[in-house]
Design a protein around this ligand. Structure first.
Ligand code: ADP
Ligand code: TRP
Length: 328
């Protein structure tokens, strides 16, 4: 059994790439019996401007989605980052042992700050330190994340090692767990790049909340090729991506899909895929909507989660205060 922890930013849309890439694997780890911690990083989200009303909505939507996806608050500590103030407190302490140079090397910061000049927020620069605090507070051993977050977890490792060396054993050294290539869903309108909510067109992604008509339209216009057979081939990137989605939502193997569509073309295949996606999403959408009608229960789940998280975080923070000499 390991201590597993991950977090997601509360952004409005969750697409099926986020779902199969990040949420489903987490539910799997939860069901394998690991100690699981999952939270919504609202204080990371505000490193770029957020509309307060929308942020609140996005947070409730994210929590409803995790629950609908099978996150069980009895097994996973599920909460909201801002409710456990030890995250920002440890963030401050780690700020004082991290160097400017280390943060300046973070590629996500460089990408996000490009072109913004002096107007970029201090929070965006400091974002990886808060993430290190998120991880180190809970004796985390495994952090399931996408490739883009690897450098941040490595920083958390470096800071933990430096702190332990300077003040004595305090933090567990975490390891990133990068999911398999297969869970990287590509854009429908651009199979060369990953499906992303920040894509230029809505035709890039299937949102978890897309209705039957929208799914059918998006799949019908998905980029494929001029061949006519339905055969899995990594070089036929558009079709391979659609077949991957087919397999994820139905549990069928590529061979079973090929057999099913032998002698048929893209028209039939795309209709079948759109139907399969809708059949997969509908029950989840009903669950999400159900959870959203009962805000009080959602908040109660978050309250309980915050309490459990706070208990762990306070213990660690007390030790940190002792180690650095501020505890009288
Ligand atoms: P986006 O690129 O859509 O803004 P985020 O950066 O918010 O997504 O990612 C949230 C989580 O979802 C991360 O753990 C990331 O690795 C995962 N993820 C994002 N896009 C995909 C995708 N197309 N396929 C698989 N996983 C993805
Ligand atoms: N930075 C992560 C992202 O954008 C979110 C995140 C914040 C996180 N704190 C974390 C992920 C701790 C894993 C562990 O996707």
């Amino acid at each position: 059994m390991a201590n597993v922890l991950t977090a997601l930013q509360p952004s409005g849309i969750l697409h099926i790439g986020n779902y199969f890439g990040a949420i489903e694997p987490l539910v799997q780890l939860q069901n394998e019996g690991h100690r699981n911690v999952l939270f919504c990083v609202d204080y990371h989200a505000i490193t770029v401007a957020q509309d307060p009303t929308q942020l609140r909505k996005n947070m409730l939507f994210a929590i409803a989605t995790y629950l609908a996806a099978g996150v069980d608050p009895e097994k996973t500590i599920l909460f909201q980052q801002s409710r456990v103030s030890e995250h920002t407190e440890l963030g401050w302490v780690l700020n004082c042992i991290a160097s400017m140079g280390e943060l300046e090397r973070m590629t996500q910061y460089k990408d996000k700050a490009r072109g913004k000049g002096e107007n970029v927020s201090v929070g965006l620069f400091d974002y990886p330190i808060l993430m290190a605090a998120d991880i180190l507070l809970y004796d985390t051993e495994i952090v399931p994340i996408g490739e883009d977050q690897k450098q941040h977890v490595e920083l958390a490792r470096d800071l933990a090692e430096r702190f332990n060396k300077r003040f004595g054993q305090t933090f567990v050294i975490p390891k990133p767990q990068i999911r398999q290539q297969g869970a990287r869903i590509m854009g429908l309108d651009d199979p060369e790049h990953k499906m992303s909510k920040s894509a230029a067109s809505e035709k890039n992604y299937i949102s978890l909340m897309d209705d039957e008509k929208t799914v059918a339209k998006k799949i019908a216009s998905a980029v494929t090729d001029s061949e006519s057979t339905i055969v899995y081939d990594v070089n036929r990137k558009g079709l391979a991506n659609l077949m991957t989605m087919y397999s994820l939502v139905t549990g069928m193997t590529m061979i079973e899909i090929e057999t099913m569509y032998q002698g048929k073309g893209y028209g039939d295949f795309k209709k079948g895929l759109a139907q399969a996606i809708t059949d997969y999403l509908k029950p989840m959408q009903e669950k999400i909507n159900g959870y959203l009608t009962d805000e009080a229960s959602l908040k109660q789940i978050l309250d309980l989660g915050a309490e459990k998280a706070k208990h762990l975080a306070q213990t660690k923070m007390k030790l940190v205060r002792e180690k650095i000499g501020v505890q009288l």
